[in-house]
Design a protein around this ligand. Structure first.
Ligand SMILES: Nc1ncnc2c1ncn2[C@@H]1O[C@H](COP(=O)(O)OP(=O)(O)OP(=O)(O)O)[C@@H](O)[C@H]1O
Ligand SMILES: [Mg+2]
Length: 388
């Protein structure tokens, strides 16, 4: 009769592609019954009844169990983890395991876009990268975590609109060119100064991640404001699976500051996905190239951190003009050299990121939309945002 222990050892090689761990380690092997004639009955517990990767488990479980001596036939049946078991699994996965369930359960990749210093083109890159990923057929969301500048609504042409609330009391992101956008800018009077720190900021960002109905996304781009302060720390805590994309100019001094951002990211265990160099030279209409902000900073930083340089984006006037006009250049003129460079960054990112959602496929929790809501009048102002 085949040994149940040997079968269990063999099943440890079956990996849940979403949770990226062995089904044995995850406690998903409910039972193994081995019979005298070499027939083995195995029950696997799934996180949801309609688990999309059921076939993968079926094939892999049979394949691995059959490697055990004496096994002649394998029957696989499925059941579903109880709520308590799911909670146990969530806890087991803990910080290193996945994004929060619920609003982010169907988000495959989170990319935080930041830099050490202001004005290097993070907002421009975020808006255009979102458009470029969309052009590659990906579902994309943008979370503007800049509680001071919030320039993204403008770059997407979404000034003055308020996000609606769904029947389940979730906040719905606004859409521009197929990109779902959420920003603090949607909830405050234009040009009003918002000064948020500590717990209040934490609460606001938590809400943006948990109470916004992001739906199914291949990429959620999170725009980090300049500097290395509160926001990045808070997000790193909320998004343990996120990757950090650092923007820098080719200049040595900018690169030094960007390095500081990298150090901060490492401190809070935010993985650095790669570098994008912006403002990499200007080419005149007759083809003459001027390296206005120097050369080589992006590559140097990438080498130093041992991460990829996803691309070098030249200075072009249309990139700035389109940002001001409220439609990303990538969407209006994909042939512009800056648009081409950003599209190539998008393809590089796609090549190194997984296609599957990484979080547990669980039913969304009880909703709680307490952010300022669209129908409320008069409009909330600056500091009076009812975040608490
Ligand atoms: N490659 C480029 N070519 C031309 N203009 C650019 C380029 N990149 C950015 N800009 C312009 O430079 C200015 C600053 O860019 P942006 O606002 O994207 O930077 P930022 O890093 O988000 O700044 P902040 O730190 O202030 O939020 C904008 O006017 C933008 O249109
Ligand atoms: Mg900005």
């Amino acid at each position: 009769m085949p040994s149940v222990d040997d079968i269990r050892t063999a099943l440890a090689r079956v990996i849940d592609p979403e949770l990226r761990a062995s089904i044995v380690e995850l406690g998903m092997v409910r039972s193994i019954d081995a019979h005298e004639n070499g027939v083995v009955d195995i029950t696997v517990s799934l996180t949801t009844p309609g688990c999309p990767i059921r076939n993968h488990f079926q094939t892999s479980v049979v394949k691995e169990a059959k490697t055990v001596e004496g096994v002649t036939h394998v029957n696989v049946t499925f059941d579903v983890l109880s709520d308590t078991e799911k909670q146990g699994l969530q806890q087991k996965l803990g910080r290193s395991g996945g994004l929060p369930s619920g609003a982010l359960a169907q988000v495959a990749n989170v990319l935080c876009i930041g830099s050490g210093t202001g004005g290097v083109g993070k907002s421009t890159l975020t808006a255009n990268l979102a458009a470029a990923l969309t052009a590659e057929g990906k579902k994309v969301g943008v979370l503007d975590a800049d509680v001071w500048g919030y320039s993204l609504p403008r770059m997407f042409g979404l000034g003055g609109q308020r996000p609606p609330v769904s029947a389940t009391r979730k906040i719905l992101p606004l859409e521009a060119g197929g990109v779902k956008v959420m920003s603090i800018g949607f909830f405050v009077e234009e040009d009003s100064a918002v000064v948020w720190r500590g717990p209040m900021l934490h609460k606001a960002l938590t809400q943006f991640l948990e109470d916004v109905d992001w739906g199914e996304l291949d990429y959620l781009l999170v725009y980090l404001p300049p500097g290395t302060g509160d926001v990045s720390m808070t997000l790193a805590q909320l998004l343990p699976q996120a990757q950090f994309l650092i923007t820098t100019t080719p200049q040595a001094t900018a690169q030094k500051v960007a390095r500081r951002a990298a150090e901060m990211a490492k401190k809070v265990n935010l993985e650095i996905g790669g570098i994008v160099e912006n403002m990499s030279g200007f080419v005149t209409p007759d083809g003459q190239r001027f390296p206005i902000f120097g050369e080589g900073g992006g590559q140097e930083l990438a080498d130093e951190l041992d991460v990829p340089l996803f691309g070098k984006i030249p200075l072009t006037m249309p990139l700035r003009e389109q940002a001001d006009a409220g439609v990303p250049l990538v969407a209006t003129d994909p042939d512009d050299p800056a648009a081409q460079a950003i599209r190539s960054v998008a393809r590089g990112i796609i090549a190194i990121t997984p296609a599957q959602p990484i979080a547990l496929q669980m039913a969304p929790e009880a909703p709680a939309a307490t952010l300022p809501i669209v129908e409320s009048k008069p409009k909330p102002k600056g500091m009076s945002l009812p975040m608490a």
